[in-house]
Ligand binder design. Structure first.
Ligand SMILES: [Zn+2]
Ligand SMILES: [Zn+2]
Length: 776
């Protein structure tokens, strides 16, 4: 009999996902000898046996891999047979370059859930059960290789029963690193805001009693603490908002199961699929009227962020028939990072929560819940966090090790190396030192995890961003080169890289705020960019939304009525007319002051931002003069039109393309005609929902027209859509459909956020192209 021995080096997400037990069983079934071991590069397998058996093994390895595994590559080499008798699992060795992924955290699997609720199981109602197919991973891991001593489970010694499962290759918990049971594992307890333990026979039931009485519970989860209240209790929700100082921003609701979620929202089959993925993201779905959810959970919008339990502790809360839906919101004050440590939570939340449900499995990485929505029928990642981090996002070409620090709001950084970009979890706004601390903490962890030592640092062009000054300092300390990438260029590059497009593309970057090469605030841009040109940092600005004044600068972002004044003034309307003053809901004196500021160019930066245009329109159409959270006005404008048809009915709303006046100047997309049509509709008493729908259509039409003109000039037929406004599903849908109708090849974000959460990925793509391709 001809013996064959092969060495397989498997790369991808292959640690902590039950890969070794799977391979072990496979080798036994095929009657092969050899070994498997985790290494810092992934796993290495050697198998030896009859040639046809080895071949079958190779085939089945990819075809039957466990659900949480992701195989990126397998390198197979033949080696001399050693005539071994058995197949072994060998202990990890930490050496070599780290390129394996730690798996992301995964929702409780069906088998574990069954055990959790089975009174005869030894893990009945045990809040920390898990197996190789489910459970926490990234949030409990200090570094790779992913083995128990490298996780926060290191301090729990397995009891004999758990150890036996862990050692048994036939068991679902074979080498399940966080394996635990009530005898040997972590536990939960109830704590009062003063830090003393509240005695209770069953802390979970005690927590439910409090929730049902309208109390606010801080509950320690997988990636941090949640603040929870009964989502059907308006009084409790209002109390939470008051204490959290968070008034308008929608709160996410966890529903018991799919059926319960269906009672709250209209759930499409694709949304159902998203709700049930192992990442268990928050999914934005249409609220049902009369669904019983307290009005102040998601005021002013037709959607609800809904998600399903993903940790055993959450399943236990919902196992009580009294609990239908809970507000589960990240435990923090406004935009601060989510709390993870027991003492930290007590210190930061004792004035918010009435009691704390704590546990002693340490969270090593803060990770908020991820947020997704469907654009048409395709999923879009809005906030990349738990369940997605630290899975690498592919790059279209090799990158040297580099760090891209992202932007300012909704920060996410990216570490790139080789063919992968590792994006951090959503870090929130980098506006203060708390935000920066979280940034540093996450960076240290991810650099450590993947052993990436950046050789260059990429940052936004904005000189005033905290991320920019931090990047400069950090690079100077290490003597590393810096690369600056313009904000909207980075957005477009992100979309291109995600789809593997290197060649030139027309980019529509519709966004809130970004620093332009002319020092102005950009955000409604038609760019022409490429990742394989002589200078990947270079792009052409083909057109932009007409500049309008932001009277009062930053204040105009918080007070959209100021933006409306700036926009109407730029459109040539008399802003001091009684009609406009009444539309703005302002006092004549305020209007006069702002008008004078515009005329004298005092504290009135110019912007071409699409987000600000949405603000201006929302202020006029909905009377949304002041906002409580970022993009609120735009979200409400989209929401207001949700039941209107998409048709491009009124072309007088279409924005117009004008040439820049002189050669070499970008074209300008003007809004004058749109404003006139809009005001005339308002005068006729047209429904705000109709006006909002027409505005979306006219905006899309204007940019489609600009893209068509860019194609005439450049011959480029490929369009990349990006920027924060692409979270607006109506706009995204209209652009996609309209551009395709014009014969364009259209690319939209899927696995990378179109908003600022995707910025660092685009920065990394541009820098990688510059560093690797230039001079080749
Ligand atoms: Zn499981
Ligand atoms: Zn045990």
């Amino acid at each position: 009999m001809l013996l064959r021995r092969e060495r397989h080096e498997v790369r991808g997400v292959v640690q902590g996902v039950g890969f070794r037990p799977f391979v072990y069983r496979l080798a036994l079934e095929e009657n092969l000898a050899g070994f498997i071991g985790n290494d810092t590069g992934g796993v290495t397998i050697e198998v030896e046996g009859p040639a046809e058996r080895v071949e079958a093994f190779r085939r089945r390895l990819e075809a039957e891999a466990p659900p949480l595994a992701r195989i990126d590559s397998i390198v197979v080499r033949e080696t001399p047979p050693r005539r071994e008798k058995e197949f072994r699992i060998i202990v990890s060795e930490a050496s070599g370059q780290v390129s394996t992924g730690i798996p992301a955290d995964a929702a409780t699997c069906a088998e574990c859930l069954r055990e959790l609720l089975d009174p005869n199981d030894r893990r009945y109602r045990y809040p920390f059960l898990n197996c190789t197919n489910c459970g926490p991973r990234y949030t409990i891991t200090r570094r790779i290789p992913y083995d128990r001593p490298q996780t926060s489970m290191a301090r729990f010694t397995m009891c004999a029963a758990c150890q036996a499962e862990y050692d048994d290759p036939a068991n679902r918990r074979f080498h399940a690193q966080p394996n635990a049971c009530p005898v040997c594992g972590p536990r939960v307890w109830l704590v009062a805001p003063d830090g003393t333990e509240i005695p209770s026979v069953d802390p979970v039931t005690a927590a439910i009693d409090r929730l049902m009485a309208g109390e606010i519970m801080a509950i320690k989860g997988i990636g941090g603490f949640h603040l929870a209240v009964d989502a059907t209790n308006e009084f409790a929700v209002m109390r939470l908002r008051d204490r959290k100082h968070r008034y308008g921003k929608p709160l996410a609701v966890m529903a018991r199961d799919l059926e319960a979620a269906r009672e709250l929202c209209v759930i499409t089959p694709q949304e159902e699929e998203l709700l049930l993925t192992v990442a268990r993201p928050i999914v934005l779905a249409l609220k049902r009227t009369g669904c019983g959810i307290a009005p102040s959970v998601a005021p002013g919008i037709p959607w609800l962020g809904v998600f399903l339990p993903y940790a055993p502790l959450q399943h236990l809360l919902f196992a009580d028939s009294r609990v239908r839906a809970l507000v589960m919101t990240s435990a923090n004050l406004s935009e601060e990072p989510i709390a993870i440590d027991n003492d930290e939570a007590l210190a930061r939340l004792r004035h918010i929560a009435d009691a704390f449900l704590m546990h002693d499995r340490e969270i090593l990485q803060r990770c908020d819940d991820s947020v997704m929505a469907l654009v048409d029928a395709s999923p879009q990642l809005i906030r990349r966090a738990r369940g997605f981090v630290p899975l690498g996002v592919p790059l279209p070409f090799d990158s040297p090790p580099l760090l891209a620090v992202g932007g300012h709001l909704k920060n996410v950084f990216t570490l790139a190396r080789g063919r992968f970009a590792y994006q951090s979890q959503h870090l929130g706004d980098l506006e203060n030192l708390t935000g920066l601390d979280f940034f540093r903490e996450a960076l240290e962890h991810l650099m450590h995890t993947f052993e990436i030592e950046p050789v260059a640092v990429v940052h936004d062009l904005h000189p005033g961003y905290l991320s920019t000054s931090w990047a400069k300092e950090w690079a100077a300390e290490r003597n590393l080169p810096l690369i600056a990438v313009q904000h909207h260029h980075a957005h477009i590059a992100a979309c291109m890289a995600e789809h593997g497009i290197e060649g030139p593309a027309i980019g529509l970057s519709l966004d809130g705020t970004g620093y332009g090469t002319d020092g102005r605030i950009w955000g409604g841009e038609v760019l022409i960019a490429q990742l394989d040109g002589p200078d990947p940092c270079h792009f052409d600005r083909f057109a932009h939304l007409d500049y309008v004044s932001m009277p009062g600068g930053e204040a105009a972002i918080r007070e959209p009525w100021r933006m409306a004044l700036g926009a109407l003034h730029a459109a040539g309307l008399d802003v001091e007319s009684p009609e406009v003053i009444s539309l703005l809901g302002a006092k004549p004196r305020e209007v006069r002051v702002l008008k004078r500021m515009i005329e004298r160019e005092l504290n009135t930066p110019l912007t071409s931002s699409c987000g600000r245009l949405f603000d201006a329109v929302a202020a006029v159409v909905l009377g949304r003069g002041v906002v409580d959270y970022e993009a609120q006005a735009a979200i409400e404008l989209e929401g207001c039109a949700v039941h209107e048809d998409d048709e491009m009915s009124r072309s007088e709303y279409a924005l117009e393309l004008w040439d820049g006046g002189e050669p070499g100047r970008p074209n300008v997309i003007r809004t004058n005609r749109m404003w006139k049509a809009l005001l005339s509709d308002l005068r006729c008493g047209e429904d705000p929902s109709r006006i909002a729908a027409r505005f979306h259509a006219g905006l899309a039409e204007g940019f489609i027209n600009a893209a068509a003109n860019a194609r005439i000039e450049s011959g480029i037929n490929c369009v990349a859509l990006s920027g924060g406004c692409m979270h607006n599903r109506r706009l995204a849908r209209l652009l996609q459909a309209g551009l395709e109708e014009e014969g364009f090849q259209v690319f939209e974000h899927r696995n990378v956020s179109p908003g600022d959460g995707g910025l660092s990925y685009g920065q990394a793509a541009v820098a990688a192209a510059k560093l690797t391709k230039v001079g080749q």
